[in-house]
Design a protein around this ligand. Structure first.
Ligand code: NDP
Length: 397
């Protein structure tokens, strides 16, 4: 059906490469490009069968991206590098007439702040070029937004309260490690909390609001309200929401490490001079922390991520909970990557399938909830992430 260029050979890129290779009828040719070509070659070798071509590219450099896209001529780029590269990759896509999909919104390097405004500003350009850009197609953002769209389409006349709940009950055996890129992860979880209530954003201190929530097949876990990027587009696209929040579980050990990292200045994102060389403390920290891509082998337990929604259907109040549980071990057996990379890479691949099959194809820049959720969720279950719905249950939130 078409050619894809995957950019980024980390944990998520590993899963996208495996999943895309498993679907040759949709993805006829696959290229994996990243900063370090050796990582692409290792992933291509693990997939086998000469299914994946590889290339070196610096995705901060539009010229290099344009050259690569013009030589391979992909139909779609799947951007699973870092959020810093979103805009350069979108620029190159526009220059080469290539469609675009990512899993995380743009962040400037010198400001720990994620917002869609930079990418939404590309709407007209993509529309005029007749190209599609699909934003935020991982699990959260991604599946959580599609779950919300599915709830709105099938189960509610009006949604009033949305609580996205993200639990990682896995154990990787390390004192401290992050489940995806440490720099991006630490920037995200050390920010102030933020949620939507009665038409405006409410800001909290980091991890100020917390309570135990019960996750299916896992049990109660302390969960913390943090700001997460899908809230920004969901409250715009579902204006009946009176409140929208995002909860994530953290263990005490993880939070203690995080506090120490912050207190001693290792989470700083501004450059400092060390022995005459400029270094950014959080980037140095990334270099000494465990590589999230290497956690898989000894990772046990599972993740559970879903949406808890309260609203009105046929004049009556209804509660609804839709979720997926994913086993780290099963993810590792299939792709060599742990559950957090798996739950991001599989939806990115399914989003790409939707585009290739013409089911998610419109001109402009869109968040995933702006497409039909039905074919996506049906394919998601077939590709390894089945989901469950519960009605009229206690949502605890
Ligand atoms: P990793 O750090 O494991 O991988 C990132 C990859 O991008 C690395 O291979 C890295 O290269 C490459 N890269 C970085 N900078 C450049 C550059 N300038 N040019 C080319 N390649 C580059 O991250 P993850 O795989 O864990 O995460 C990938 C993305 O997925 C991130 O944007 C993350 O925010 C997002 N994500 C989204 C989630 C969701 O649910 N929506 C959940 C988890 C992650 P090198 O190997 O040389 O360092």
């Amino acid at each position: 059906m078409g050619k894809i260029l995957i950019i980024g050979a980390g944990g998520v890129g590993t899963v996208v490469a495996h999943k895309a290779a498993q679907n040759p009828a949709v993805f006829t040719e696959i290229m994996l490009a990243s900063r370090t070509k050796a990582k692409c070659d290792a992933i291509a070798a693990a997939v086998g069968g000469n299914r994946i071509k590889t290339a070196q590219v610096d995705a901060d450099n539009v010229g290099e991206l344009v050259e690569l896209m013009n030589s391979f001529k992909p139909d779609l780029v799947i951007n699973v590098a870092l959020p810093y590269q979103d805009l350069t990759i979108m620029d190159a896509c526009l220059e080469c007439g290539v469609n675009y999909l990512d899993t995380a919104n743009y962040e400037p390097r010198d400001e720990a702040k994620f917002e869609y405004k930079w990418q939404w500003a590309y709407r007209d350009k993509f529309e005029k070029a007749g190209l599609t850009a699909i934003l935020g197609c991982g699990f959260d953002p991604g599946v959580t937004s599609v779950f919300t769209a599915y709830a709105a389409k099938h189960h509610f006349d009006e949604m009033h309260y949305l609580d996205i709940v993200d639990c990682n009950a896995g154990d990787h055996g390390k004192a401290f490690a992050t489940n995806f890129n440490p720099e991006i992860n630490i920037r995200e979880v050390t920010q102030k909390g933020r949620y939507w209530e009665n038409g405006k954003w409410v800001t909290t201190e980091p991890h100020e609001i917390h309570k135990p929530l019960t996750y299916p097949c896992i049990g109660p876990k302390e969960s913390y309200v943090i700001y997460h990027e899908e809230l920004e587009s969901l409250v715009k696209n579902y204006p009946t929401l009176k409140r929208a929040r995002f909860w994530m579980t953290f263990g005490q050990e993880y939070l203690t490490h995080l506090r120490v990292i912050q207190n001693i200045g290792m989470a700083r994102i501004d450059p400092i001079l060390y022995n005459g060389v400029e270094i950014v403390p959080i980037q140095f920290l990334k270099a000494v922390l465990p590589d999230p891509g290497e956690l898989g082998e000894n990772y046990t337990g599972e993740t559970s991520i879903g949406c808890r929604i309260r609203g009105i259907k046929d004049g009556k109040e209804r509660t609804y909970y839709i979720y997926n549980n994913c086993s780290h071990q099963a993810a590792y057996r299939e792709t060599g990557a742990q559950g957090v990379s798996y739950t991001t890479g599989v939806p990115a691949t399914v989003g790409a399938m939707m585009f290739m099959q013409g089911l998610w194809k419109k001109q402009g820049v869109f968040n995933v909830e702006e497409f039909d959720p039905d074919p996506f969720l049906s394919e998601l279950a077939k590709q390894g992430l089945p989901w469950t719905e519960l009605f009229d249950v206690d949502l605890e939130v």
